[in-house]
Write a protein that binds this ligand. Structure first.
Ligand SMILES: [Fe+2]
Length: 457
């Protein structure tokens, strides 16, 4: 028996232990750590974070994509064709900002004789109460389709509302994504995602990030489950053209972090590499235009919309980098936009990862850095310089002290640095970092990020 087989057998044995915990079926309102915070899982995944796991198993999941102005009608046509008229009911999920887009969808639903209801109370970062309220509406209205129109929070909420409506007994804290299927889609036949920002990639991923309001302070709460991948995603620039510059910048940096983190990591395949590389090229070319000209440059908007989806398919079928564990912790504790937070930590994540991989070298030409005869250290320094310049070109910060949306006091940052490190180390992304993470390593990265010190460990 090979060492890898032994690891897998031990892992399956431990999964059975986890399943017993999972079957305890605790409700959402009980305070509880997630599966990825269990020390046993951390120990096992530390082994799997290395190259040993790559190639043993992989899958690629994607929704059906409708791109362009006919996407909405095509989606409604699917509901008409595949769901009997008496069962044709769609719950539209939005928030206070994106509910204005619902009318772009309801016209086609009416044409295809789909009954609908609108739930527009999703709050940023999705507190658990939003899930409970959405499930109650589902129990009353009994939709056969859920249509999420919004940014990452709305799409993430829609995924988990579907999950808890279909399988109310599921313990969200123990949803280990290697278990057997839950058997979703018995009630909700179609989960449909229409993004109104260009960056989160949630329209194509199996992931949802909520806020665990049972923790003090609140903590990001990640759920990844294969059956959460939407069935249909619609990319129509009508839904993103009005994004304000701050949102264009933040969500664009999120897309960049997804693609770069995933490409440089150990978990890709040639298929995923192709998606990530195109996403990075498109972002470098079109994000500055989209940020500068907004609605005045629909070509840039369209390319960024596609780049975000490509990056979503890339990291959604592999993993993002530890910029996401750093950014999740930092964003939650200091109330910083997700994309801005992960963009800020991308240079540090790369600096840390570059100690054990050369995959970043493939990205140098995209950022205009030619290897020439440079030694490795010089080339990496030039690459990081070009990445920092790119982020600065759209007024993005690359160190905490330069952040102005919001500004952060140094003493407060340093006082919270242990909590920042602990939350990052307990993040699901940390679990599969191919360079094993510890609280002390995270603490050091957070210290370096205050004033932009290059990672040297
Ligand atoms: Fe992200």
């Amino acid at each position: 028996m090979t060492l890898t087989n032994i690891y897998i057998n031990n892992f399956i044995r431990d999964l059975k232990k986890i399943k017993k915990i999972k079957e305890s079926r605790l409700s959402m309102s009980q305070k509880q750590p997630t599966w990825y915070e269990q020390q046993m899982i951390k120990d096992m995944m530390g082994l799997f974070g290395g190259k040993a796991i790559r190639g043993i198993t992989s899958s690629f999941r994607s929704p059906k994509l409708y791109i362009g102005k006919t996407g909405i009608l095509s989606m409604a046509g699917d509901l008409e064709a595949f769901i009997d008229k008496e069962n044709r009911r769609a719950l539209i999920i939005t928030d206070s900002f994106t509910k204005k887009f619902a009318s772009k969808v309801t016209e086609s639903l009416e044409y295809c004789e789909v009954d609908y209801r609108i739930y527009s109370n999703i709050e940023p970062e999705v507190p658990l109460i939003n899930i409970e309220d959405g499930v109650k509406i589902c129990e009353e209205f009994k939709p056969t389709a859920i249509i999420a129109i919004g940014g990452g929070s709305v799409m993430d909420a829609a995924k988990v509302i579907m999950l808890k409506y279909e399988k109310p007994e599921t313990n969200l804290y123990m949803l280990l994504p290697l278990g057997s299927p839950l058997g979703l889609r018995k009630k909700i036949r179609y989960l449909i995602a229409i993004p109104t920002t260009s960056g989160t990639g949630s329209e194509v991923t199996n992931a949802a990030v909520l806020t665990d309001t049972n923790r003090t302070p609140y903590k990001k709460f990640e759920i990844t489950w294969p059956e959460l991948v939407p069935d249909i995603a619609i990319l129509d620039t009508d839904f993103v053209e009005d994004m304000p510059p701050f949102l264009t910048k933040g969500t664009g940096l999120d897309a960049l972090a997804h693609a770069v983190g995933s490409y440089v990591s150990n978990w890709g395949t040639p298929l995923i590499d192709a998606l990530n590389l195109t996403a990075i090229r498109e972002t470098v070319k079109y994000l500055p235009r989209a940020y500068k000209y907004g609605k005045g440059d629909i070509e840039a908007r369209s390319h960024m919309q596609m780049a975000a989806t490509l990056a979503g398919l890339g990291f959604g079928n592999s993993l993002p980098g530890i910029d996401h564990s750093l950014g999740h912790s930092f964003g939650k504790i200091f109330n910083v936009h997700h994309g801005l937070a992960v963009g800020l930590f991308l240079p540090y994540s790369l600096g840390f990862q570059a100690k054990v991989t050369d995959r970043w070298k493939d990205l140098c030409p995209i950022f205009g850095v030619e290897p020439g005869n440079k030694d490795r250290d010089t080339l990496f320094k030039d690459f990081l310089g070009a990445l920092n310049d790119f982020i600065h070109s759209i007024d993005g910060p690359t160190c905490v002290k330069d952040l102005n949306e919001p500004t952060i006091n140094k003493d407060e940052y340093m006082n919270k640095i242990v909590l920042l490190a602990e939350y990052a180390e307990d993040d699901a992304v940390s679990l599969l970092s191919y360079r094993p993470m510890t609280v002390s390593l995270y603490k050091k990265i957070f210290e370096y990020a205050w004033d932009g010190k290059n990672i040297d460990f």
